[in-house]
Design a binder for this molecule. Structure first.
Ligand code: TYM
Length: 334
């Protein structure tokens, strides 16, 4: 694409309060990759509609997510930060790709099974075809890499399968994307139940650290984190609580797990938990300050949205035109 850089695509749903898991599993990696690649970061507001939203709150939340991307350090001039729903090519390609996706494949998606169990009263078709919209997001921009947390890996695999199937029928239309899963922080677990991933939708608010939690709340949640009856600070399968805290600490401090283990050798859980909270606050504090500042820059944010929507639409429509042509859809008379 531009400047012969490889293309990177990712995004987050504008649903609920973002957690430290979203930051360490995705956003943090985006920051390290943003200069090396041509990047597109979507606010995935269409995906959010698979669960019921309160319109006024939803509108605000989606805009706030875009602001958060910038507050975290993504550069809206160098990278394309935009709303998925502002580029209609996403919905259009999603339909076309639906016709190249099998029910059996979608039935195997673990996230669908989990979400269907959680929202038994609203198992809508959008929830089922969610991965196809995600495939459309990625394929529209001919992305080479997709930085995601581990929980999204299966969705990337189906994206690749759909793209390969389409290319097999119509020639090289889509770039086949690779997942990019960071070494650290790829799956941050709940502080209250370290067998479950830290999640925006967890009913137990003490299980998740939210990106907007203040410093005292972070200390309180870390102090309450579930550990074990042992007293050793070491990464091990039989110590999921401590391992998760080590993962959080080392990820926030850009250290390896071994370095963190050495640092806390001989120390107690109490001191360790406080150090984890401080490490988290050192990441969240500056981001929250910048987020508050940007909230007041309405014109600047509106300008970014307008500029980036257009840029995204330009690239997305280029791919969509190619797909339409390959499929034999009638061209519009000029
Ligand atoms: P979403 O909004 O659930 O999560 C956004 C990103 O955060 C990662 N993540 C985690 N990483 C580590 N530990 C955790 N506890 C944790 N929780 C969440 C997710 O893996 C993800 O990378 N379907 C996507 C949004 C999406 C998308 C896309 C992503 C839509 N279209 C195209 C990439 C490309 C989702 O629901 O992410």
């Amino acid at each position: 694409m531009l400047d012969d850089k490889k293309v990177l695509y990712s995004g987050m749903q504008a649903t609920g309060n973002l957690t430290l898991g979203n930051y360490l599993g995705a956003l943090k990696n985006w920051l390290t990759l943003k200069d090396e690649y041509e990047c597109f970061w979507g606010v995935m507001d269409l995906h959010s509609l698979t669960v019921r939203q309160v319109p006024a709150e939803f509108r605000k939340r989606a805009r706030n997510l875009l602001i958060l991307y910038i507050a975290a350090g993504l550069d809206p001039k160098a990278n394309c930060i935009y709303f998925q729903s502002h580029v209609s090519a996403h919905a259009e390609l999603s339909w076309l790709l639906n016709c190249f996706t099998y029910m059996g494949e979608l039935n195997r998606m673990t996230q669908f099974k989990d979400k269907a169990a959680k929202h038994a009263d609203n198992i809508n078709a959008g929830l089922f075809t969610y991965p196809v919209l995600m495939a459309a997001d990625i394929l529209l921009y001919q992305a080479d890499y997709v930085p995601i947390g581990k929980d999204q890996k299966q969705h990337l695999e189906i994206t690749r399968d759909i793209a390969e199937r389409f290319n097999g029928l119509y020639g090289d239309v889509f770039t086949i994307p690779e997942p990019y899963i960071g070494k650290a922080g790829a799956k941050i677990m709940s502080l209250q139940d370290p067998s479950k991933k830290m999640s925006k939708s967890d009913e137990n608010v003490n299980g998740s650290i939210y990106l907007m939690d203040d410093a005292d709340t972070v200390v309180r949640k870390c102090k309450r984190a579930v550990t074990d009856s042992d007293s050793e600070i070491r990464y091990a399968e039989e110590k999921p609580g401590i391992s998760n805290l080590l993962e959080i600490y080392s990820s926030c401090m850009n250290k390896t797990i071994e370095e963190a283990e050495k640092e806390f050798d001989g120390k107690g859980y109490g001191d360790f938990k406080l150090a984890v909270a401080e490490a988290v606050n050192s990441v969240l504090g500056p981001m929250q300050t910048e987020y508050e500042r940007l909230q007041k820059e309405k014109d600047f944010i509106d300008g970014i949205i307008k500029e980036n929507d257009e840029k995204a639409a330009y690239y997305a429509n280029k791919t969509l035109r190619k797909v339409r042509k390959k499929l034999g859809l009638t061209e519009k008379p000029r």
